[in-house]
Design a binder for this molecule. Structure first.
Ligand code: SER
Length: 890
């Protein structure tokens, strides 16, 4: 019984764990602390800042099994994978680390104990190397392992001086080699035939002591430290008694799955294809699980190259349908227990592989035919024209290295310079076309920059913070090379977790800082030309320069609120469609931290009931707490699967599709094309509250809503108001509506009674102001009853004049009511006097005196008013004078 790869990993971690090391889970493949690295490519990378003392952790020794990718970037093993025994794009590095704790002696003791005691490897199969000047390590190997002098080999090259990169911690190292036996060609390290396969390096012990910059040692680490790295796949081969990593249990299982699904033998001519598929399956699976998705730039393009390279090999094996996604279950079976992220991401990995393969198969056949035609007549060693490789890249989606790989077996090469020239020419033509299209002058700067520094890589779907290299600075619309405290500057970096405003979602805010003392506040982030992220920053301390490495950290609480509002917007969209009908389409949206605003096409105002139903549906989805899933696909596929797309929106050949929520029958609740950031699970939204519904323009309604803390605060504030009202009303909050209704009713009744009382008072001897009503006077021989009443309801004026007429029996009655500075007036003439006096004529005099116009009625009763209530008694005088005038002229 040989030990399985999973057991080897476990036993390594257990050994160091039981020897006082903290077992640290693998960091994600996308480096969190090094902007110049594409992927984590060694076990020590996540600990880089712990070695240099920049970061402290609550432990001084650690052990891990770190996921590593060596494809793209400086360490690139991609080309060899499939054709050798030990190359991988993805591998696991087992390591033990001492951050200023133990040093050489204990590192060598641990390594020797684990290899020979725990794992029982024969000592005579092991050889060590040391840096040529490292006598100490030489002596320790002798003392601890008892190795004879000829098996402790001094190496004078940089093979035994390990450095993370041009910058970073470094030190001499000691490597342990396993001798696979004299039946395999090759010599010990340092010998002329060391490149043979007989002696295989299995473990590298680095004695970290120095720090280098630009490849030169510039100082020492705070304390001597240890970084060791052992390729799990290699040591598994040794412990399982095989010579080839691809013959270990994990790879055998993956290769068997690929053989079974393609009904092909796994050896012979097919061997390389199966190996490529197995290796690339692991790499693609883990990259997707760590948040990388296929793209045409950056990390996403490395993933795409790896996926497509495997897919061509699936094609070679005769696969008629997409194959890779069907291998994911085998990958999860082999590695899911050690890496739960694989299990969690399994649906996404499968969907991503399937989409990519479906899409690539549309052009793969045609591209291969073109390649066949182009290579007809070529013989081994001949070179394919760069233009052909470019056409394959540009039209048929063949990454450059895929074309190289496809030509490898025949011994053809590709003209790289020609390929690059064709690429440059295409960019030049694109620029000319762009300029000719009447683009804005202000865009020119961004276009220049995008071309010069390339697209910004957005890392913010998976991370809230990360490092970036400053590629350009823009101040007041012009490029600058540095800025200092107090200045406002636009910062462009190679990669950022900041979301650039787009699709209704506002840009992120946060901070930019550097070890050199830079501190900057980012108020907003915009996205220029769809690919250049621009951080609008104000420096509060230090300096920023092009070329600096900076740490970018988004305002996490603000983004969490934005995420909640964005996911809630998708749920609201679906809820409105379900309640109002499918004519509801998105017309605009604003996703901000404090609220969301969603405009939809709908002909009339939404009723309270409609809004309540939609709000309840959204909250039901929140409580169901389903996961939010994101996939990449072609727009056509996305729309076919029911994704809601925006009319008139231009989509690239690839779109993100965000799905969330579930119906009772299990169907996905909402599927939308969206590049925004979302919650992981809908429960993160907390609560959803609609706070407004209004018209935007004809046929477009706006719904405003709150989520999470903002919604809670809003509901709380409302509750507080209710409590205040209840206190004032001296009742319980629950009884407020009934109490208010009763009060309103009571007020109405009181108003009625008050009006009655005033009228009675006015006419029955007491004026509204308390003044007694005067009896009628006699003017021109007739009774004239006139009165001015403050605050008397004008509606009762005619009735009151009628009453007055009745009281005097024969005569002229007049009432002026003053309300809010204005006056209303009514004049009545008893029937017996209608022949002599005309109420309308008399009224006109009064109205004129009040600064008004018009007024009218009948000869026995007329009513009008004027703006100047202070002239009320002048109006009475005017009518009196009118009576006298008429009498005199009769
Ligand atoms: N950093 C060293 C390596 O990658 C040992 O872990 O080989």
């Amino acid at each position: 019984m040989t030990i399985s790869t999973n057991d080897i990993r476990r036993s390594f971690l257990d050994y160091f764990g039981s020897n006082g090391h903290r077992i640290v889970p693998s960091a994600p493949l996308v480096p969190q602390n090094d902007p110049t690295l594409m992927f984590v490519n060694a076990g020590m990378v996540p600990f880089k800042n712990v070695f240099t003392g920049l970061e402290t952790r609550p432990y001084s020794t650690a052990t891990s099994s770190q996921k590593c990718v060596r494809a793209g970037g400086k360490h690139n093993d991609l080309d060899n994978v499939g054709y050798t025994a030990r190359h991988h794009t993805f591998f696991e590095m087992l390591g033990n680390f001492s951050f200023g704790d133990y040093f050489k002696e204990q590192a060598i003791t641990h390594a020797w104990t684990l290899l020979t005691k725990e794992w029982g490897l024969p000592a005579d199969k092991l050889t060590a190397t040391v840096f040529h000047t490292d006598d100490q390590a030489f002596d320790l190997w002798k003392k601890i392992a008892g190795l004879p002098d000829h098996r402790i080999i001094r190496i004078p090259t940089k093979d035994n001086f390990w450095a993370m990169g041009a910058d970073g911690p470094c030190g001499p190292c000691s490597e342990i080699f396993y001798d696979h036996g004299d039946h395999i060609p090759g010599g010990p390290p340092g010998s002329p035939d060391e490149d043979g396969d007989r002696f295989v390096e299995i473990w590298n012990l680095v004695f970290m002591q120095h720090v280098q910059e630009a490849d030169a040692i510039v100082g020492d680490l705070p304390r001597p430290s240890i970084d060791t790295g052992m390729g799990l796949e290699r040591v598994a081969a040794v412990l399982q008694g095989v010579h080839d990593n691809y013959d270990t249990d994990t790879f055998k299982a993956l290769i068997a799955a690929s053989g079974a699904l393609t009904h092909t033998a796994t050896d012979g001519a097919n061997q390389a294809s199966h190996r490529v598929i197995a290796d690339h399956l692991r790499c693609a699976g883990f990259l997707v699980a760590d948040g990388v998705l296929p793209a045409n730039e950056g990390r996403g393009y490395v993933l795409r190259r790896i996926m497509r390279r495997a897919m061509r090999h699936a094609h070679i094996l005769g696969a008629k349908e997409p194959l890779m996604h069907r291998l994911v279950p085998a990958l999860v079976t082999e590695m899911g227990a050690a890496y739960p992220e694989l299990l969690r991401a399994q649906p996404l990995i499968e969907a991503t592989l399937q989409q990519e393969e479906t899409r690539f198969r549309q052009t793969l056949d045609k591209g291969l035919r073109l390649l066949d035609d182009a290579t007809t007549g070529m013989t081994s060693g001949d070179v394919l024209a760069g233009e052909t490789a470019f056409k394959l890249y540009d039209t048929y989606g063949f990454p450059y290295d895929l074309t190289e790989d496809a030509l490898r077996v025949q011994g053809f090469r590709v003209d790289r310079a020609g390929f690059d020239a064709a690429m440059t020419e295409q960019k030049r033509a694109a620029r000319a076309a762009w300029k000719g299209s009447g683009a804005k002058a202000s865009d020119e700067l961004w276009f220049d920059l995008a071309e010069e520094v390339g697209a910004t890589e957005f890392t913010g779907y998976a991370s809230d913070t990360g490092q970036g290299v400053v590629l350009a600075l823009v101040k007041d619309g012009a490029r600058v090379t540095s800025a200092t405290a107090g200045e406002q500057v636009d910062v462009i970096v190679n990669q950022t977790p900041f979301y650039g405003e787009s699709g209704g979602q506002v840009g992120d805010a946060g901070t930019i800082a550097s070890e050199a003392g830079l501190a900057a506040e980012v108020s907003d982030t915009s996205k220029q030309l769809g690919k250049l992220w621009v951080h609008h920053a104000r420096l509060t301390a230090g300096e920023i320069k092009v070329g600096d490495t900076v740490t970018l950290a988004i305002d996490v609480a603000r983004r969490a609120a934005i995420r909640a509002n964005h996911s809630a917007t998708h749920l609201l969209h679906e809820a409105l469609r379900q309640r109002l009908g499918t004519h509801v389409a998105q017309k605009g949206s604003l996703v901000a931290p404090e609220r969301l605003r969603f405009d939809v096409s709908h002909p009339n105002a939404m009723s309270a009931e409609e809004l309540a139903v939609a709000e309840a549906a959204v909250n039901a989805q929140i409580r169901r707490n389903g996961a939010v899933e994101t996939r990449l696909m072609t727009p056509d596929d996305a729309i076919q699967m029911g994704a809601m797309a925006l009319f008139g929106e231009k989509y690239g050949d690839e779109v993100r599709v965000v799905s969330m929520g579930s119906e009772d029958d299990g169907k996905t609740y909402s599927i939308e094309l969206c590049g925004g950031t979302h919650v992981t699970a809908l429960g993160d939204i907390g609560v959803f509250k609609i706070v407004g519904e209004s018209a935007v323009s004809s046929g477009v309604r706006r719904v405003e809503a709150l989520t999470g803390e903002a919604a809670r605060a809003y509901l709380n504030a409302r509750d507080e108001k209710l409590r205040e009202a209840a206190a004032t009303l001296k009742t319980a909050p629950d009884d407020v509506p009934a109490r208010v209704a009763a009060l309103v009713e009571e007020r109405r009744r009181l108003e009625r009674e008050l009006a009655e009382a005033r009228k009675a008072l006015a006419l029955g001897g007491g004026g509204a102001g308390g003044a007694a009503a005067p009896g009628p006077e006699t003017v021109a021989g007739v009774a004239f009853a006139a009165q001015v009443l403050d605050g008397f309801d004008a509606k009762g004026l005619r009735g009151a004049v009628d009453d007055s007429k009745a009281r005097i029996g024969s005569g002229v009655a007049m009432l002026v009511a003053v309300n809010d500075g204005r006056a209303s007036v009514a004049v009545g003439v008893t029937d017996d006097l209608v022949g002599r006096f005309n109420a309308v004529d008399l009224l006109k005099r009064a109205v004129a005196a009040l600064g008004g116009q018009g007024g009218g009625g009948r000869p026995d009763m007329a009513q009008g008013g004027g703006p100047d209530g202070t002239k009320a008694s002048a109006a009475v005088d005017a009518v009196r004078a009118g009576l006298e005038e008429v009498a005199a002229s009769a």
